[in-house]
Design a protein around this ligand. Structure first.
Ligand code: FAD
Length: 483
């Protein structure tokens, strides 16, 4: 389309959107449109480093209520233009890139806490509420939504937690965002607000709730959610263990989880990642390092800590006391702090995956080999920690790095994508799911067909039934362009 046609259409669109939200909450300014596209993906950081433009929307709109979001979706449906929701822009998968233009739907104005029900321990919020906002209000009552992602201070919103199936640092005990949500409201084409059932556990048919959770805006913008609250724990214990190998640590973690203990935090660092962590914490360790935090009622914490310690020692772990785990807890956001997190031109990717305990040792070995040997000519390195545990398995938060990256950004991008191909291949071949908590976005869309196999056409049919024009966050989650 010529620039003049695109500009005029953006003008028309903005005019209609202004009628809904007020002109001051819309924009066609290029800088603002670009800001809406930017997230924390490596691709986004690379483009910013080289002053390249990310794919951006034609118009930005900032609705102030669920009804306004629905009206925006109605306008988008009328014009058959894309809608790209944005919460805090802390995503790492390019989910906010507007590959096909359209409307950038900024939900940050929708940050009200609607209702706090202390007897049921649930809180209803608008989708744009952030973790720190919740912490400030609920903390005063001794309560919390126990979801603290590493991006806690990067603006991540409740809508974004749910859209990308996020995990917080205490997910092993308190669950992922998908376990903490009771109900949500979503705006569907051609512009209607739909609520899921009031509670998630029932026998009234399949769960619409979990269809929307993880849909990354491809089935509609989430406008509000009711989340479970938990009390701020009365006591915490900190345990640190060193294991000769990461496999001993994995066995200890497996026993802890299958014996149905529930530490709030359990993080096992392989030798390479432990090295990095040692530098950040300023403490020397050797071998594989496990930091554990138990929280809750003092008597339960004491008992749980004792039982966990017994298992770790039984598997050959050396008990290092509380300092390592306490220092980790106090500095838990440090590894992500500005200046400490890696940045382009270094090529890196967090290829986190999740599988059963039985599959994890081989998956980990194979991925490390594929990255380090397969990309030896580039000096690729691999680090891993295991940080979100389940009754049946564990997630590995693993990363590749190439420090000596090609100067040309497109060559760098191509090498980045090849590293991803190699890493994801291993996850798929070893029973892993291609992502555990960062989501899919544009980064991993190409693997979704293979991930789902014969179930992929079912996913596509569900998408088509809800969004027949394909306008909801097109090009994400493996779904194609708008129709
Ligand atoms: C340093 C760092 C550490 C991180 N650590 C963690 C971690 O520990 N755990 C974790 O889970 N994630 C982590 N992340 C990833 C990211 O913070 C999460 O995915 C977060 O949940 C995204 O929320 P957001 O509001 O910023 O979403 P955005 O980045 O704005 O959007 C992410 C995706 O969700 C869609 N979306 C956003 N809001 C809505 C909505 N209301 N309705 C429908 N779709 C929507 C967007 O279209 C996009 O596709 C980390 C990121 C960084 C930069």
């Amino acid at each position: 389309m010529s620039d003049s046609r695109a500009e005029y259409r953006a003008h028309l669109l903005r005019h209609e959107l202004s009628e809904i939200v007020g002109a001051e909450h819309t924009s066609v300014n290029k800088g603002e449109r670009q800001d809406q596209a930017i997230d924390w993906s490596w691709m986004s950081q690379l483009y910013q480093l080289h002053d390249l433009e990310l794919p951006m929307a034609d118009v930005v709109v900032r609705p102030g209520s669920a009804e306004e979001v629905a009206a925006v979706v109605a306008v988008a449906s009328d014009h058959r233009v894309p809608v790209v929701p944005r919460g805090g822009g802390s995503g790492t998968q390019g989910g906010t890139f507007a590959l096909y233009g359209g409307i950038a739907l900024d939900l940050s104005r929708m940050d009200s806490i609607i209702d706090i029900d202390e007897s049921s321990m649930v809180v209803k919020v608008e989708a744009g509420v952030t973790g720190p906002q919740l912490e400030e209000v609920l903390g005063r009552r001794g309560l919390a939504v126990a979801h603290e992602p590493g991006s806690f201070h990067f603006g991540a919103t409740v809508g974004g937690w749910l859209a990308a199936r996020g995990s917080g640092v205490r997910s092993t005990k308190y669950g992922k965002s998908e376990d903490q949500v009771l109900q949500l409201e979503v705006a569907l084409p051609p512009g209607e607000l739909v609520s899921t059932l009031p509670v998630p556990n029932h026998a009234a048919g399949p769960g619409l709730l979990q269809l929307v959770v993880g849909s990354e805006g491809t089935l509609g913008p989430i406008t509000s959610a009711t989340m479970r609250m938990d009390p701020i724990p009365e006591s915490m214990s900190f345990l640190t263990f060193e294991f000769e190998t990461v496999f001993d640590g994995l066995e200890a973690g497996r026993r802890i989880m299958t014996e149905r203990l529930r530490p709030a935090v359990m993080r096992l660092y392989d030798e390479a990642d432990r090295e990095k962590l040692s530098k950040i914490l300023g403490i020397e360790f050797s071998g594989a390092l496990m930091v554990i935090v138990c929280d809750g009622d003092q008597r339960l914490v004491d008992l749980e800590s004792e039982m966990i310690s017994e298992i770790c020692v039984d598997v050959g772990g050396a008990d290092l006391g509380e300092t390592g785990a306490k220092t980790w807890w106090d500095g838990r956001y440090e590894p992500y702090a500005m200046g400490k997190a890696p940045r382009p031109p270094t090529i890196f990717g967090t290829t986190d995956t999740v599988c059963t305990f039985a599959d994890m040792p081989d998956l980990y070995r194979a991925k490390r080999k594929n990255v380090e040997e397969g990309f030896a000519e580039y000096g690729a390195t691999y680090t891993a920690h295991f940080s979100h545990w389940y009754p049946w398995g564990v997630m590995v938060y693993d990363r590749f790095y190439v420090h000596d990256a090609p100067e040309d950004p497109m060559e760098s991008l191509a090498l980045h994508d090849r590293l991803w191909d190699a890493a994801i291949r291993v996850s798929l071949e070893h029973g892993g799911v291609i992502n555990e908590h960062h989501g899919i976005g544009v980064k991993l869309g190409r693997f979704m067909r293979e991930q789902y196999g014969t179930a992929w056409p079912v996913m596509q049919r569900i998408k088509d039934a809800i969004d027949p024009d394909g306008i909801l966050n097109p090009g994400k989650l493996g779904f194609g362009p708008p129709r």
